[in-house]
Design a protein around this ligand. Structure first.
Ligand code: ADP
Ligand code: ADP
Length: 224
């Protein structure tokens, strides 16, 4: 069955419709690219699926639980335990070392410091940035910082990874490497990935493409 399903989502900001009947589903282990022009509703869809915003109507099912019927506290607990996030910019805590940044979601999930740090170092090494563990985010390159962010998103073993333009700030070589490492790690852990991107070469890492237009999400025709 589906891991995450959006049904008939509607969301408007004042009189501006952002989602207009979006239907969408994702299965465990699947990498789905969400594409579409600027302003088409991609971010709003991602934020509804992630339980960050509540749609005006429709439902978001995570397994059998409807996020739209959960309290803010329940949704934030779910995000912490089951979801991982990678964004384009600025998601690392500047005061913490890269290792501490990766360990943070584990610590918030109750993992003891020593084990959290060991697991975090393994993830940094897997993302080929073990050497930056003691540095702060301001002291590493953009590509290294984004690898640290991917390590952080994956360290707590999320069931779903939400990635919004995860390589948008990287050059193409770094972007490709980050996408390879992200999708390999997701497949190894059977996590689903919701990948928002406007770049075809990033979408090429997905199993399936969904196009959002005027607030409606549609399966791309002709793809398996
Ligand atoms: P809800 O329907 O959940 O009350 P809104 O649609 O009012 O939420 O707004 C969602 C978020 O977008 C809020 O953080 C709000 O402050 C912000 N927001 C709403 N309208 C605008 C706008 N015109 N420009 C920028 N941000 C806005
Ligand atoms: P995309 O991610 O595809 O660029 P968005 O989901 O950000 O699309 O935006 C969909 C529509 O909703 C656009 O018309 C946008 O201007 C509007 N919108 C998005 N966020 C807000 C907000 N906080 N306040 C007001 N309008 C918004």
């Amino acid at each position: 069955g589906s891991l995450l399903t959006a049904r008939a989502l509607h969301k408007a900001y004042g009189s501006t419709p952002a989602l207009d009947g979006a239907d969408f589903s994702i299965h465990p282990g699947e990498v789905v690219a969400v594409m579409g022009p600027s302003g088409s509703g991609k971010s709003t869809l991602l934020h509804c699926l992630a339980g960050i915003i509540r749609p005006d109507s429709g439902s978001v099912l995570y397994g059998s639980r409807d996020l739209t019927h959960m309290s803010d506290a329940q949704r934030s607990a779910l995000r912490r335990s089951d979801y991982g996030f990678v964004f384009q910019f600025g998601q690392l805590v500047p005061e913490l070392t890269c290792l501490e940044n990766v360990a943070l979601p584990l610590r918030l999930n109750g993992v003891k410091r020593k084990e959290a740090e060991e697991r975090s170092l393994e993830w940094l090494e897997r993302l080929e940035v073990g050497e930056v563990r003691a540095k702060r985010p301001g002291e590493v390159s953009g590509g290294q910082g984004q690898r640290v962010a991917v390590a952080r998103a994956l360290a707590a073993r999320p069931r779903v990874i939400f990635a919004d333009e995860p390589t948008g700030a990287l050059d193409s070589l770094n972007g490709e490497r980050v996408m390879t490492l992200l999708t390999e790690a997701a497949r190894d852990t059977n996590a689903a990935v919701v990948l928002v991107t406007h770049e075809a070469r990033v979408a090429a890492y997905s199993d399936r493409e969904v196009v959002v237009r005027d607030g409606q999400a549609r399966e791309m025709a002709g793809l398996a």
